[in-house]
Design a binder for this molecule. Structure first.
Ligand code: C2E
Ligand code: CA
Ligand code: CA
Length: 700
């Protein structure tokens, strides 16, 4: 039976029973319910749907057994359904009222609410017939579920929330809001939200237009104002009609703190706690912006810091930098800004009104502060600063200009022997430009080995050739011939020296091989830069050069300066022993210019000491120097090392040095450095001894 829905005008008159039936149908249609019936006789449930679409599935119209019906219910609901049925049939419950999930014909899950009541019982009290209604309540259940979820989210979220109506009246607040605002804040349902947050109707208009409004505000809390991010969204109240607004407040205090920390970090150097590069620039810009700026800037670079870092490890390097920062800060006047500029660079910005005198005084303070050794790990380490200085406004009205000039001055200080102060002057500017151009040319020539090598003989007291030193030469189109005194330090600074050293090692091995081919077993000396000694693969590289040119390592003499040794003894000493172990001979170059301590020589496997030209020059002028040199030569003999005098320019020098017992000599008196082919030609034909030096026509 299907419902005949409302009667149309012109239909036949109806009986009273028919009218009653019609009223029932109308009521069912209006409520969206269907009628069902179960009969004990047939055992079937049949449904009389108010609308076909209201039926959960078509089979019920034909009728199905209770078991069939239960089986179609959701597994989790079957038990409850069965129980409700039995309790009612046994008379324990006055009626059936149960909601359960069932799959419709399309395979979708629907919620049904089934109500019913037993109508007739037989003589034994058994139920004969049950009549009831059923309704698809899926939409309602889902709405309830989502409301339950919303309510749960509302109460359990950590963000503070309130629900308000369009007149700003608070309808609900959650726990988090009470916690944020404080128990005594007075915020509660019924109050006007605007008492706690500065908001106006324009905000709500925006919510209506865009669906959401967001902004930062201060929330008036019991304990004071708290910055919050406010977002307001429109929601429909549970009755589906009333519009209300969900206000979510996100506490910004933590974010503000970390923003402040970030800002601080942007201005402070983490390692030393000093102002950083940015802060320094800021201070200088600020000072320059004043009407009559007049102040000094010192650019400080630590000498040899990289070597310390490489040999002691970065942790110790960091410790040292922090300690240097501390000492400088403590020593410098309070009104001077001390900043960390880069890895091992510091910047001092002196107070307004400072000039030449104040810069010098501050430089003295800096030099004195770093004079005593630092403890790094369990070792005492010495470090010296090189300082470049500029004065504003005379050296520049812009930060970058001042900095560039201070850097140039510092660089000039490095070249003048470090541990000193150099003021900027205009000649340095040209130097800086020259350096930049030379560097790029040097890179190109290092890549393509665009260097030449010359050889300078070493002889004994009788003028017999004992070997030669290989020296690098570099000529550029733009600058002509550039002295190694200039380009070697540059190559060290820009990291090209290792590759250049490899070129030199091969050239030396090649020259030694060429000498051997002429029948002369003469060793060739090659200079190694301190940077090369820190190169872990140095010995492998040198052995490779020997193998490639077919010479024994003893035909290469490696010349090292003292400065290579002092800072990095723990790396350098093992390397020297390894090199000596391979058979290379080792010479200490420029002896007397640097640290002049023979004590550490005892522990190092040097074969030769090369006495620096400056000593040799002093011989004729300074008797004290002569006596000192005498004792050095004796000491070397005791230690089993040969001595070589460099820069011998006169017969007198030669005579004095020979009298002291110096073993070998090198200098313009005998021969100037010459192209390697000239040197090979000088050695003469195979089987003949080389001529004595100086050659009769060259001496003078
Ligand atoms: P050095 O190792 O002390 O080389 C000796 C320097 O003294 C050479 O200068 C040489 O030309 C010069 N000299 C030799 N005899 C006399 C003399 O009687 N009087 C005077 N006034 N000078 C003399 P040079 O060739 O300009 O080299 C300078 C420095 O450059 C070298 O000093 C060395 O430290 C470095 N150097 C040269 N070639 C190389 C190289 O291939 N590798 C490395 N790492 N350094 C090199
Ligand atoms: Ca040398
Ligand atoms: Ca030398």
């Amino acid at each position: 039976m299907t419902a005949d829905l409302p009667t149309r005008p012109g239909d036949l008159p109806l009986s009273a029973a028919q009218r009653a039936e019609q009223r029932v149908q109308l009521a069912l249609w209006a409520s969206g319910e269907s009628v069902w019936e179960w009969e004990a006789a047939s055992g079937l449930v049949k449904v009389d749907a108010a609308e076909p679409t209201a039926l959960p599935f078509s089979a019920v119209e034909q009728g199905m057994t209770l078991e069939q019906l239960f089986a179609r219910a959701h597994a989790d609901d079957q038990e409850a359904l069965r129980l409700a049925w039995q309790l009612h049939l046994r008379g324990a419950h006055p009626d059936i009222d149960v909601s359960f999930r069932i799959q419709n014909d399309a395979g979708h899950q629907r919620w049904l609410r089934v109500r019913g009541r037993a109508l007739g019982r037989d003589a034994r009290g058994q139920v004969e017939r049950v009549l009831g209604t059923l309704k698809d309540v899926t939409a309602q259940r889902e709405a309830e579920d989502s409301l339950r979820l919303m309510a749960h989210a509302f109460s359990s979220t950590r963000d503070a929330m309130a629900v308000i109506d369009p007149q700003w009246t608070v309808l609900e607040i959650n726990e988090a809001l009470v916690r944020l605002a404080g128990e005594d804040s007075g915020i509660m349902p019924g109050s006007d939200l605007r008492q706690w947050l500065k908001l106006d109707d324009a905000v709500l208009a925006e919510v209506l237009a865009d669906g959401i409004w967001r902004g930062d505000r201060e929330l008036r809390c019991a304990a004071g104002d708290v910055p919050v991010e406010v977002s307001i969204t429109a929601v429909l109240a549970s009755d589906g009609q009333r519009r209300c607004h969900l206000v979510a407040l996100h506490d910004l205090r933590e974010r503000r703190l970390s923003e402040a920390r970030l800002q601080r970090m942007a201005m402070v150097d983490e390692l030393t706690g000093l102002p950083n590069r940015l802060a320094a620039q800021f201070r200088i810009d600020e000072a320059l912006a004043r009407k009559e700026p007049c102040f000094g800037i010192l650019f400080i670079d630590l000498d040899g810091f990289k070597e310390i870092n490489d040999s002691y490890g970065h942790d110790h390097g960091d410790q040292l930098l922090a300690a240097v920062g501390q000492r400088l800060r403590a020593a410098l006047p309070e009104d001077a800004v001390l900043a960390r500029w880069g890895s091992d660079e510091f910047l001092v910005v002196l107070a307004q009104g400072s000039g030449d005198t104040e810069v010098r005084a501050s430089a003295q303070v800096v030099l004195a502060a770093l004079a005593s050794p630092f403890e790094v790990g369990d070792q005492a380490v010495r470090i010296t600063p090189t300082i470049g200085a500029v004065l504003a406004p005379q050296d520049g009205l812009e930060f970058s200009q001042l900095l560039r000039k201070a850097d140039s001055a510092m660089y000039a200080g490095k070249e003048r022997g470090r541990n000193c102060l150099v003021f900027f002057d205009s000649t340095l500017d040209n130097d800086a430009q020259r350096r930049v151009r030379l560097t790029s040319l040097l890179r190109i020539d290092t890549d393509r080995n665009g260097f030449r090598f010359v050889a300078q003989p070493k002889v004994d007291a009788q003028g017999r050739t004992k070997g030669a030193e290989l020296l690098m030469r570099w000529t550029t189109e733009a600058f002509g011939s550039v002295s190694p005194v200039e380009f070697i330090p540059l190559a060290e600074k820009v990291g090209l020296i290792q590759l250049m050293g490899r070129h030199a090692a091969h050239a030396a091995a090649q020259l030694a091989a060429a000498c051997a081919e002429l029948g002369h077993a003469l060793p060739v000396a090659v200079n190694l830069s301190p940077k090369q000694l820190l190169q872990p693969g140095l010995d492998g590289l040198l052995l490779h050069a020997c193998r490639r040119h077919g010479i024994a390592p003893c035909m290469l003499e490696l010349e090292l300066t003292e400065s290579a040794l002092v800072h990095n003894m723990d790396i350098v000493a093992p390397m020297l022993h390894r090199l000596r172990g391979h058979g290379f001979s080792l010479a200490l170059d420029d002896f007397g210019t640097g640290y002049s301590s023979l004590s550490y020589l005892r522990h190092l496997p040097f074969d030769k000491v090369k006495i620096d030209r400056s000593f040799v020059m002093d011989i004729e002028r300074d008797p004290a120097a002569t006596r000192l040199l005498e004792s050095i030569v004796k000491l070397c003999k005791v230690l089993g090392m040969r001595t070589v005098a460099e820069g011998v320019e006169t017969a007198q020098q030669l005579a004095a040095l020979a009298a002291m017992g110096v073993d070998e000599f090198q200098g313009y008196y005998f021969a100037r450095p010459m192209p390697v082919d000239d040197w090979l030609a000088l050695l003469g034909r195979p089987g003949e001894p080389p001529p004595l030096l100086p050659l009769p026509d060259a001496a003078g």
